[in-house]
Design a protein around this ligand. Structure first.
Ligand code: ATP
Ligand code: MG
Length: 237
C-alpha cells in the first residue's frame, strides 16, 4: 500500500536521506531500525509531508509526495510523533476527540464508539478520562498519543519510538497494544531503537544508517543476521 522510491530529503542545503526505497504491504507491520541521527524521523516526516524531498511516495498507487500534511492525514496516514506531543492543557478525553478533527461531520455516536474502542485497548486512559494530559505519566502520555492517532481512523499508522523512556513493563503493555492494532488490520510503520523488540513484532524490517537503507528483509532473517546481531542486538537501551 505504501511504496517509496528513491526518496531524497533535505533540510535546507543538508541532505538527510540519500535515496530511500521502502514498501509497506497491506496489513503489514514494518520496522525501521537505526541509531541516533540515522534518518528515521526524517523518513516518517517525509511521508507525512513535513520535509522537503524528491522521489516517489506512492500510497495505494497515488503519488502523495507533493501533498500537504492536512490532506495526507485525511487520506488516513497518521503519525504518532517522537516525544508524544499530547496537548498538556487538555484532558485525556479532549486529547482523544482532537484526533477526530479530520472527520468533520462525524456523528456523536461514531465518536463515542471510537472512544470506546480506544479505551478498551488502553484501559488506563478510561480511568483518567478527565485528568489533564500534562499530569499523566510518560507511559500514559504515550498511550494517549497512540489513542489520539487511532481516533483519526488510520489506514496506515506510523509510530516514532513508542518505547522511548518507558519502563520495561510499560513497553510490554505498549507493544501488546501495537500488535493488537496490527492484528485488527491496520498496517504499521514502526520506528524503534529497541531492535530486538521491533524485529520480534514486525514481519519485515529495514535498517537505516546515515540516511541510507543498509539492510532489509524478513524480520526473522534479520534477527539472525550476524551484522545485525553485532550492531543492533548486543544491547538495547
Ligand atoms: N530540522 C532539522 N534541520 C536540520 N537538520 C535536521 C533537522 N532534523 C533532523 N536533522 C538532521 O537529519 C539527520 C537525521 O535526523 P533524524 O531526526 O531523522 O534521525 P533519527 O534516526 O530519527 O534519530 P533519533 O534516533 O535520535 O530520533 C540528523 O543528522 C539530524 O541532525
Ligand atoms: Mg527520531
Amino acid at each position: 500500500m505504501l511504496k517509496i522510491r528513491n526518496l531524497v530529503a533535505n533540510y535546507g542545503h543538508i541532505e538527510a536521506l540519500h535515496g530511500i526505497s521502502l514498501d509497506v504491504g497491506n496489513k503489514e507491520m514494518v520496522a525501521l531500525i537505526g541509531s541516533n541521527g540515522a534518518g528515521k524521523t526524517t523518513l516518517l516526516n517525509s511521508i507525512s509531508g513535513h520535509v522537503t524531498k524528491t522521489g516517489e511516495i506512492l500510497y495505494n498507487g497515488v503519488d502523495i509526495s507533493k501533498m500537504r500534511p492536512g490532506r495526507i492525514v485525511k487520506n488516513g496516514i497518521i503519525q504518532v510523533p517522537e516525544g508524544r506531543h499530547v496537548f498538556p492543557g487538555l484532558t485525556v478525553m479532549q486529547n482523544l476527540v482532537v484526533g477526530t478533527i479530520a472527520w468533520r461531520g462525524l456523528r456523536k455516536a461514531d465518536i463515542e464508539e471510537d472512544l470506546e474502542r480506544v479505551v478498551t485497548l488502553f484501559p488506563r486512559l478510561k480511568e483518567r478520562y478527565k485528568q489533564l494530559a500534562w499530569s499523566l505519566s510518560g507511559g500514559e502520555q504515550q498511550m494517549l498519543a497512540m489513542g489520539r492517532a487511532l481516533m483519526g481512523r488510520p489506514k496506515l499508522l506510523m509510530l516514532d519510538e513508542p518505547s522511548m523512556g518507558l519502563a520495561p513493563k510499560v513497553v510490554e503493555e505498549m507493544f501488546e497494544a501495537i500488535v493488537a492494532i496490527n492484528n485488527s488490520g491496520t498496517p504499521i510503520l514502526l520506528v524503534e531503537q529497541n531492535a530486538q523488540l521491533a524485529l520480534e513484532v514486525s514481519a519485515k524490517a529495514y535498517i537505516i544508517e546515515g540516511g541510507k537503507i543498509k539492510l532489509s528483509g524478513p524480520s526473522k532473517e534479520l534477527a539472525n543476521d550476524e551484522r545485525v546481531k553485532e550492531a543492533y542486538l548486543g544491547k538495547t537501551r
